[in-house]
Design a protein around this ligand. Structure first.
Ligand code: PHE
Length: 452
């Protein structure tokens, strides 16, 4: 007998959980630091264009595949494709889930560790802005700290996935995401009112096109996928727990809007502070950890805001990490009939171990690099810039060209409101999914391997 599949508790439950997956370290930690490394505004614009032209149509397609089949990332292709090779797309997604979660948990661990620093009042003792960078360097240089925090973060993620879709995932998102939003608004206002903030705003909004290179275009594309949790079956899996009477198009637009809003707000909060404190925008993965504590050190109520911010950042990271692990777990539970508990412990355990070399890239293993990338960078590059866009390319080809719109459109319109029946809306989705997304991704790939 088939087990009854779990579903979200409510329509809003899906949106919150999917937004919880999308909004995470990608928006608050990664977006500002890669924008900083790639020259600011021009990169931000390219990223926004990719979100709109590629991310949104692929997001709709991915959620649709999940809802229609009610299966995991491999099972969905197994059900819809006559050629079983398509299951490889799902398999690649599971691989991407492994790789991303392994390094994601390292940064999630930093966030947790910073909650402790905030509670201890460490930030208030900074005498100069440099003190913040020194603290960061000292912490991530300490392998015990990094691995210890990775362990705590991972333990949290595993226990939430273990409790299952509804209790574990939906609950966290309902109250905490809005609170994160409020804190970001406060930080943004604080940032804008700092002396010297204008340089930060210019950096983020006044494009200097000479800064754009082939590499930065690939990074922007990869990030559009990363931030929307796309191209690896996470949204597909979450869509599979979605009831039939909900509108996928509207839900997708809401997710994209919230995710982008949070990234832009985080960017404003951080770049204003970076420039106001004389730091450099291109300082890499440590950017928010070095910048925001300086802001907290000087702002009224900074002690409380510091604790809240890093706490909410950790929670946002957890709600994203859960969706990464869920992709792996759903496959083993659905297709191989494993118990949830077994899948969580075995694969959680393996991914935890795979994460350790990423954590050690900042200390014990920092001398080991391949092509200038340490283990952490390599895992990020492979997953974000190769596996996710490739997954997105194949998903768009699959839905538009193989499964076909004759089947996809009626499936999409189940439970859809009037707005989503609108011809313009449907036509644009078809056009972007069929032509724009695959062609753009393909060209960017060719370009990045130096073919033209
Ligand atoms: N979207 C998440 C973030 O921005 C990361 C993520 C990527 C989650 C892929 C799931 C799948 O932090």
């Amino acid at each position: 007998m088939l087990k009854k599949r779990e579903q979200w508790g409510s329509k809003i439950g899906f949106i919150l959980a999917a937004a919880g997956s999308a909004i995470g370290l990608g928006n608050i930690w990664k977006f500002p630091y890669i924008a900083g490394e790639n020259g600011g505004a021009a990169f931000v614009l390219v990223y926004l264009v990719f979100i709109l032209l590629i991310g949104t149509p692929v997001l709709i397609a991915e959620i649709l595949l999940g809802r229609e089949t009610q299966r995991n990332s491999i099972g969905a292709f197994k059900q819809l494709a006559s050629n079983k090779l398509w299951m490889i797309v799902g398999g690649m997604g599971i691989l991407a889930g492994f790789v991303i979660l392994s390094f994601y948990s390292i940064i999630g661990g930093w966030a947790v560790g910073y909650v402790v620093e905030a509670i201890n009042g460490t930030f208030a003792s900074f005498e100069t802005p440099e003190a913040s960078g020194d603290l960061f360097g000292q912490l991530i240089g300490n392998a015990k700290w990094v691995i210890g925090m990775h362990t705590i973060f991972f333990g949290l993620v595993m226990s939430l996935v273990y409790f299952g879709v509804k209790r574990g995932i939906e609950f966290g998102s309902k109250i905490l995401m809005p609170l994160l939003f409020v804190i970001l608004v406060i930080l943004m206002i604080r940032g804008i009112t700092l002396e010297g903030a204008e340089a930060g705003l210019n950096f983020m909004f006044k494009p200097d096109w000479s800064k754009i290179t082939g590499d930065s275009i690939l990074i922007a594309l990869g990030h559009a996928f990363f931030t929307l949790s796309l191209g690896m079956g996470a949204m597909l899996t979450y869509g599979s727990y979605m009831p039939e009477d909900s509108d996928i198009t509207i839900a997708s637009l809401q997710i994209v809007f919230l995710d982008t809003l949070i990234a832009i707000m985080a960017g404003i909060a951080i770049f204003t502070a970076v420039f106001a404190s004389g730091l450099v925008p291109g300082s890499g993965p440590g950017l928010i950890f070095q910048t925001l504590p300086i802001v907290f050190a000087e702002m009224p109520g900074g002690y409380i805001f510091g604790i809240l911010f890093f706490l909410l950042l950790s929670i946002a990271a957890v709600t994203s990490a859960i969706s990464l692990l869920e992709v792996v777990v759903a496959y083993f539970v659905d297709e191989l009939n494993w118990s949830r508990k077994k899948a969580v412990f075995i694969f959680g355990g393996i991914i935890y171990l795979v994460g350790i070399p990423s954590g050690l890239s900042f200390n014990l293993l920092s001398d080991y690099t391949f092509n200038g990338l340490n283990f952490f960078d390599l895992a990020d590059f492979l997953a974000s810039n190769i596996l996710l866009p490739l997954g997105g390319l194949l998903i768009s080809i699959f839905v538009a060209w193989i499964w076909g719109f004759e089947k996809a459109i009626p499936a999409l319109l189940k439970g859809a409101t009037k707005m989503s029946h609108n011809n313009m809306v449907l036509m644009s989705w078809k056009f972007f999914l069929k032509f724009v997304a695959p062609v753009f991704i393909f060209i960017i790939f060719l370009h990045s391997i130096g073919l033209f």
